[in-house]
Write a protein that binds this ligand. Structure first.
Ligand SMILES: NC(=O)c1ccc[n+]([C@@H]2O[C@H](COP(=O)([O-])OP(=O)(O)OC[C@H]3O[C@@H](n4cnc5c(N)ncnc54)[C@H](O)[C@@H]3O)[C@@H](O)[C@H]2O)c1
Length: 256
């Protein structure tokens, strides 16, 4: 249960149909915000909305592919049309990409990972800024990076490159839009128990799971709520002087 008060505010979350994005959407709604849930997974997106509504919250789902500028513009328009404004945007949609050394990554796979995980964050941010720069009190953007935005990791070169790029974009946009009352930060999670790790065979293969867990000081995977809490804090007044930050939530993975 979230301890923030975002009553009367409006949030948009890409990748809101599953995992971290769903938890962020649910926690925003628990804090009183109206939420636009954006994803390509219609069923998962509707489930997130149903979960929010059954808890008494307000949300709407929009089919949004972050590889399309038209789609992310429609997501932002939905926030404005349905709820009147856009205060918080969480650019979270992402895929795990391939599992080969850099020299073996197929060109198509490289391009897809960069297009969703990096270009998709930029497209979303571009559309969000159009509205936020026109609002008297600006807005707050949180981009979902990763510990793999800070360190390398074998057989994940496209993902690692995209996430490093997300941090570069975050730091730069933070400076460019601070004068408009907009803060732009990123969260860098360690390995979190979601569908993404299941699909990558990390949480389901006992040996791999143990190896990955051992890279975290608490010897376990993180939970989506532990990341959502960091996202909501970045959107809160408690983070009013935090801008351009890459907030690591990784149980010490990158601390040694
Ligand atoms: N799980 C982890 O260990 C971990 C660690 C660090 C960072 N992250 C990042 O967190 C974010 C969320 O990942 P998750 O673990 O919750 O995974 P997830 O697979 O549970 O959720 C990702 C969501 O993104 C959506 N998505 C994929 N491509 C899309 C597109 N083109 N347009 C719109 N939506 C799209 C999926 O449909 C899905 O609902 C990702 O950016 C991921 O890179 C995850």
């Amino acid at each position: 249960m979230s301890s923030f008060d975002f009553s009367g505010r409006v949030a948009a979350v890409t990748g809101g149909a599953s995992g971290i994005g769903r938890e962020v959407a649910v926690e925003f709604a628990e804090s009183g915000a109206s939420v636009v849930v954006a994803d390509v997974d219609d069923e998962g997106g509707q489930d997130t909305v149903e979960q929010i509504e059954s808890d008494g919250g307000e949300a709407v789902y929009v089919n949004t592919d972050v590889t399309s500028m038209d789609d992310v513009e429609a997501m932002v328009e939905t926030a404005v049309d349905e709820f009147g404004r856009l205060d918080y945007a969480v650019n979270n949609a992402g895929i795990s990409g391939g599992e080969e050394p850099a020299g073996d990554v197929p060109e198509e796979g490289w391009e897809q990972t960069i297009d969703i995980n990096l270009n998709g964050v930029w497209r979303s941010l571009k559309a969000e800024l159009e509205v936020m720069t026109e609002q008297d009190d600006g807005g707050i953007i949180v981009n979902m990076a990763s510990i793999l935005g800070k360190v390398g990791f074998e057989n994940s070169s496209a993902y690692v490159s995209a996430k490093h790029g997300v941090l570069g974009l975050t730091k730069t946009a933070a400076w460019e839009y601070a004068g408009d009352g907009i803060r732009v930060n990123a969260v860098c999670p360690g390995f979190i128990e979601t569908q993404m790790l299941e699909e990558a065979g990390i949480s389901t293969n006992e040996n791999v799971r143990e190896w990955i867990e051992g890279m975290h000081s608490q010897d376990r995977l993180g939970k989506p709520e532990e990341i959502a809490d960091a996202v909501l804090w970045l959107c809160s007044d408690g983070a009013s002087f935090t801008n351009g930050e890459a907030l690591t939530v990784d149980s010490g993975f990158t601390a040694r």
